[in-house]
Design a protein around this ligand. Structure first.
Ligand code: IPE
Ligand code: IPE
Ligand code: MG
Length: 232
């Protein structure tokens, strides 16, 4: 029987290539990608995963063509508004993780509404990273922590409480789809000891069965945390 990780993080990649392969515009891949995500969220809910974090839009993604960026923003608002009632009914708690200063007012109002509505839910913690970067996360933590702590007193634990993921456990399993084996400025601090699973499947084709494969793979890892095999 596989042990289900408490926190799974996913770098959802390959929407554009999925579309290109089918001679479709890139944005068609993003639409399909959201449908794939919906199935994964439901599956995590069924499996009893406590935390699911998805990288939806990275800080560097502002450098994409403006039409694609605005399509993505509208798509995220539209689908969030549409899925909110069902997520709430399933007892999921939604949080947005990222820089809130550059996204539109419309986006902020949609995410604030989702966060407020679901704030007391006790099921799946569903984190959506938008305008996120791991380096930004660390820098914003430093800028806040230095106002409250004398320099020598800062420890790893106090520092983690200033990250955007404060209070949440670090991911045990990170999945990246589409055959890329890089972190792309995702949670640099939080991934210190995560198991990294790279799948060649493009995100729109990533099914609950693929997630099961990743979890089975995770169960075959020996997590040594610096110790020797014999010590475990
Ligand atoms: C991931 O798919 C979605 C976002 C980064 C917003 P991509 O759009 O990066 O797809 P590829 O990498 O071009 O195939
Ligand atoms: C960044 O995706 C991570 C997300 C899925 C949001 P990209 O597909 O833009 O990453 P790089 O730049 O190719 O590494
Ligand atoms: Mg990509």
């Amino acid at each position: 029987m596989n042990q289900v990780p408490r926190h799974i993080a996913i770098i959802m990649d390959g929407n554009g290539r999925w579309a290109k392969k089918r001679f479709l515009p890139r944005v068609a891949g993003h639409v399909k990608g959201v449908s794939a995500l919906k199935k994964i969220v439901n599956h995590c809910n069924t499996l009893g995963v406590k935390y699911l974090t998805v990288f939806a839009f990275g800080r560097e993604n502002w450098n994409r063509p403006q039409g694609e960026v605005s399509f993505l923003m509208r798509l995220m608002i539209k689908r969030l508004d549409k899925e909110l009632a069902e997520l709430h009914q399933k007892n999921a708690r939604i949080r947005f993780i990222g820089d809130r200063s550059r996204v539109s007012h419309e986006f902020i109002s949609s995410i604030t509404n989702a966060e407020n509505l679901t704030q007391f839910n006790t099921g799946l913690n569903f984190n959506i990273c938008v305008d996120y970067s791991g380096q930004y996360d660390i820098i914003q933590a430093i800028n806040r922590i230095i106002k409250e702590h004398p320099a020598e007193s800062i420890t790893e634990e106090t520092f983690a409480n200033y990250l955007l993921t404060a209070g949440q456990p670090n991911p045990e399993l990170v999945i990246r789809s589409s055959g890329e084996s890089r972190i792309s400025n995702f949670m640099l601090w939080q991934l210190a000891y995560s198991e990294l699973y790279f799948s060649t499947v493009f995100w729109p084709d990533f099914t609950p069965q693929e997630l099961d494969h990743a979890i089975a793979w995770y169960n075959n890892r020996e997590r040594r945390f610096g110790k020797t095999s014999e010590q475990l």
